[in-house]
Design a protein around this ligand. Structure first.
Ligand SMILES: [Zn+2]
Length: 90
């Protein structure tokens, strides 16, 4: 963890670049590994890593799964609504 500007991912172990908008002198927030898309939390004070932990592994894939579930539920509800309105018409 000597080289500032780069971080070793806690999930996949690959080195990735810290986005340039992050202030190394003082940052307490989230970064995303560009390799496995895991969400990590890092705290930087005076260009030194004070805290570094995994928030969520491959969070984008999980989000996609959640979205898929929500879409499925919405489709089911929408389907039911159509059936009900058809019943009212009869
Ligand atoms: Zn990674």
């Amino acid at each position: 963890m000597a080289e500032i500007g780069h971080l070793e991912c806690l999930v996949c172990g690959k080195t990735f670049q810290i986005p340039k908008f992050i202030n190394f002198e003082n940052y307490d927030g989230q970064v995303v590994c560009q390799h496995c898309e895991s969400l990590l939390h890092i705290k930087l004070v005076q260009s030194k890593v004070r805290q570094y932990k995994v928030v969520e592994e491959s969070f984008r894939r999980e989000t996609a799964d959640e979205l898929f579930q929500i879409m499925n539920e919405a489709e089911r509800k929408f389907g039911q609504k159509i059936e009900k309105s058809d019943d009212k018409n009869k």
